[in-house]
Design a protein around this ligand. Structure first.
Ligand code: SF4
Length: 256
C-alpha cells in the first residue's frame, strides 16, 4: 500500500503550491482578478490560484521569471501562458528546440518542453507585477524545492533583475551554488558559473521590454543558444584544469 512518503515529489510540490495562501495581499489580489476578469475573457473561469512551474523534470535548462501575470498565468493556471510575455518566451523556446510548438495558450493545449523547465520566483500574480520583499522571501522555498528536484540542472536563466536575485538566493538555500561576493549585478547577457550551474541573465520578455526593442527575438535566441551550449558542455569535473572556464561574469549589456 502506498504511504504518504511514497508520493511523487513533483505531485506533492505542485499540490502544496496550488493550495498555498501564505500571502494575504496576493491571495486577495489573485482571487479578485479571477472574479472580476478582463472583458475579453469574461466567458472563462480563471485559475485564480498559485501557479506551479512547468516543463521537463529532466531539464538541464531552467528559466525563472518573476510571477504569473494577472490575466495570463493567473487565468490559465500555467506559467507564461496566455499573455504576451509568454508568446515571446515560448516562441523563442520553440525556435531553440526546447518546445514542440511556438505557442502556449492553455494548460491543456498539449505543449511539451524538452530539456527546459519554466518557473517563477513568486507563484501568485501580484498587483502591478510587484511582489514585495516579504512575499518574495515567503515564496522562495518552492523555487528551492524545484531546483533540488531538477537533478540534471546545468543552466539557470533569470528573466529580469528580481528573478536574478531570487535565483541566487534559492541556489544558495538549496545548497547548489554559492554566489560570488559581491553578488554579481543583473545584466542582460550576464553569465556567472557557480558550482554545478551557470546563471545567465536575460531581460524579462515583458511588453515594456519587447515593445521598446530593449529585448529583441535575436537577443532572446542568443541567450537560449548560450544556455544550450552550456548545458551541452562537458561537466566541469570532466575538463582539464587548463580548459576550465574562468569564473568571470560576462556583462555585455548594461543593467538597468
Ligand atoms: S506568493 Fe507564494 S508563498 Fe505567497 S501565497 Fe502565493 S504561493 Fe504562497
Amino acid at each position: 500500500m502506498a504511504r504518504a512518503g511514497d508520493r511523487d515529489p513533483w505531485a506533492a510540490l505542485r499540490a502544496e503550491i496550488e493550495a498555498c495562501r501564505a500571502c494575504p495581499r496576493l491571495v486577495t489580489w489573485r482571487e479578485q482578478v479571477a472574479h472580476t476578469r478582463r472583458a475579453a475573457y469574461r466567458d472563462q473561469v480563471y485559475w485564480g490560484r498559485p501557479v506551479p512551474g512547468f516543463g521537463d523534470p529532466r531539464a538541464r535548462v531552467v528559466l525563472v521569471g518573476l510571477a504569473p501575470a494577472a490575466h495570463g498565468g493567473n487565468r490559465t493556471g500555467r506559467i507564461f501562458t496566455g499573455d504576451r510575455s509568454g508568446d515571446w518566451l515560448f516562441a523563442a523556446l520553440w525556435r531553440a528546440g526546447f518546445a514542440d510548438r511556438p505557442t502556449s495558450v492553455a494548460r491543456d493545449d498539449g505543449l511539451a518542453l524538452t530539456d527546459a523547465y519554466v518557473t517563477a520566483a513568486v507563484r501568485c500574480a501580484p498587483p502591478r507585477n510587484r511582489p514585495d520583499a516579504a512575499e518574495r522571501e515567503r515564496c522562495r522555498p518552492y523555487l528551492v524545492r524545484e531546483l533540488r528536484l531538477l537533478r540534471r540542472r546545468r543552466v539557470v536563466v533569470a528573466l529580469g533583475g528580481l528573478a536574478w536575485a531570487a535565483v541566487w538566493a534559492a541556489l544558495e538555500e538549496a545548497g547548489l551554488a554559492r554566489a560570488p561576493r559581491p553578488r554579481p549585478p543583473f545584466a542582460h547577457g550576464a553569465e556567472v558559473p557557480a558550482g554545478t550551474v551557470t546563471v545567465l541573465g536575460c531581460y524579462h520578455p515583458s511588453q515594456q521590454n519587447t515593445f521598446t526593442g530593449r529585448l529583441t527575438p535575436a537577443m532572446l535566441d542568443a541567450v537560449l543558444a548560450r544556455a544550450r551550449a552550456l548545458a551541452d558542455a562537458p561537466a566541469a569535473g570532466a575538463l582539464s584544469a587548463a580548459a576550465t572556464p574562468s569564473p568571470r561574469p560576462r556583462r555585455p549589456r548594461r543593467s538597468r
